[in-house]
Design a binder for this molecule. Structure first.
Ligand code: FA5
Ligand code: MG
Length: 418
């Protein structure tokens, strides 16, 4: 797993990243730690929890929204490079040149014109311009931030966009052929943009909220509690955040809204209306799988990863924390059989696993010693015992350890030095 095959390099004058070279300037603020995170594509690693949740969202959209010929309505994009232009990340979304969200302190700049995307919205305009009317886009995003249980400078978003022609929007309502998407000389209000007709906006907003409510109901089940909060984004109006009730609190999971018409116009789709949303994949996965700490998504620990390897992506998973309970370290030493080929380390690992089962967290060879006079060889292994769901007792550990001592002599022909 791990990084790109092309090692990122921060040089004197330039930064090498994903096969490109970016000249440094007074805006450059990317760090080696962040560069090392680029190219992992956690959302594309099979059975990673972020992959699981992305696949569940894909499956839901594929089965719920089909086009006229039975084809999926939404196309899915999960391989776009996180290196974008400042123009894509901000200007294309109508974010003014002096907007505080452009601060060097909040973003990772390669230089004045290039950055790591701060949101997946950075790709809205290019994908609309390429002719797509409905798409999902998943990827890693980067924001300068602290590191704690709920903040990490790299996280993952899923963007969704859907555009409607007047035919698509109004064919669903009786008398719809009387209605129009646009209104000349209109005014911008809290409810709508100047060029939009109120009827069109209300239908788009309704479709957006229904789509997202169906999505979280699919993910969390029919009892999920959802609420909508008005908010502001420069690229949507009206704009909303969806919050989901989690452990007695409301947690923001996504931002969304009716796309600014100026954006659609610049993307060559000025004759349509659209909605867009951007949701945090970690947020959803943390609620859905009870993952207590956002840093765990970067874990390569089998005790984390193996809990998500399920046959069916819809299988409910409740993550069992593994570091909460104290470990016990016990060593075991023995002389190997004289015919050295009668013993292999893997035999021992298998034996420990079969006796100790899930109580054994880790086994390592800590000493390999050959006696200078007799030529006999001995191994010492350290076994870490830890239960994922409770604290073990000394006595319980001693019993298992003694059982291993007995079995290793009986089954592997070694002589204990216990
Ligand atoms: C955005 O990034 C907008 N681009 C969303 C959007 C898309 C609005 C399309 C309108 C149309 P925001 O910064 O609120 O908005 O982030 C969106 C979601 O990403 C949040 O709701 C949250 O689920 C997730 N998120 C944001 N910051 C973090 C963080 N530090 N750690 C984990 N998840 C985060
Ligand atoms: Mg937000």
């Amino acid at each position: 797993t791990g990084g790109s095959t092309l090692q990122p390099v921060i040089g004197q004058d330039s930064i090498e990243l994903l096969g490109h070279s970016y000249p440094r300037d007074d805006f450059t603020n990317i760090t080696p730690k962040i560069l090392a995170k680029v190219g992992f594509h956690l959302q594309n690693q099979p059975y990673h929890p972020l992959w699981l949740i992305k696949e569940r969202i894909k499956a839901h959209f594929y089965s719920s929204y089909v086009g006229r010929w039975g084809n999926p309505l939404f196309s899915v994009h999960d391989n776009l490079s996180p290196v974008v232009t400042v123009e894509q990340n901000f200007d294309s979304l109508l974010i003014p040149p002096d907007h505080p969200c452009r601060k060097r302190g909040d973003n990772y700049y390669l230089n004045r014109t290039t950055m790591l995307r701060a949101h997946t919205s950075a790709h809205q305009r290019e994908l609309v311009r390429s002719g797509l009317d409905a798409f999902l886009l998943a990827g890693d995003v980067y924001r300068r931030d602290e590191i704690n249980a709920s903040h990490y400078p790299v996280f993952h978003q899923m963007e969704g966009v859907r555009l409607f022609s007047d035919l698509e929007l109004f064919s669903r309502v009786r008398g719809g052929d009387e209605l129009s998407l646009f209104e000349r000389g209109g005014r911008r209000t809290a409810q709508k943009q100047e060029s939009h007709s109120l009827e069109a906006v209300k239908l788009v907003e309704f479709d957006l909220k229904t789509t997202l409510t169906r999505l979280v109901t699919h993910l969390f089940g029919p009892d999920v509690e959802v609420r909508w909060v008005d908010c502001y984004f420069p690229f949507t109006h009206p704009s909303f955040e969806m919050e989901v009730r989690f452990q007695g609190d409301w947690m923001e999971v996504l931002g969304c809204g009716v796309m600014e018409q100026e954006l659609l116009l610049s993307a060559g789709a000025g004759n349509k209306l659209g909605w867009a949303f951007g949701l945090g994949l970690e947020r959803l996965a943390m609620i859905l799988y009870s993952i207590p700490d956002i840093r765990l998504f970067w874990s390569r620990d089998e005790r984390f990863l193996k809990q998500f390897r399920v046959d069916d992506i819809q299988t409910p998973i409740c993550f069992q924390p593994f570091s909460k309970y104290p470990p016990f370290h016990n060593d075991i030493s023995f002389w190997l059989p004289d015919a050295a080929d009668r013993f292999t380390e893997n035999d021992f690992y298998d034996l420990v696993r079969s006796v100790g089962g899930d109580l054994v967290e880790k086994v390592t060879l800590v000493d390999d010693f050959t006696h200078p006079r007799t030529g006999r060889r001995s191994h010492c292994y350290r076994i870490v015992y830890r239960h994922m769901e409770r604290t073990l007792t000394q006595q319980e550990v001693r019993q298992v350890h003694q059982q291993i001592e007995r079995s290793v002599e009986a089954e592997l022909g070694v002589q204990g030095r216990f």
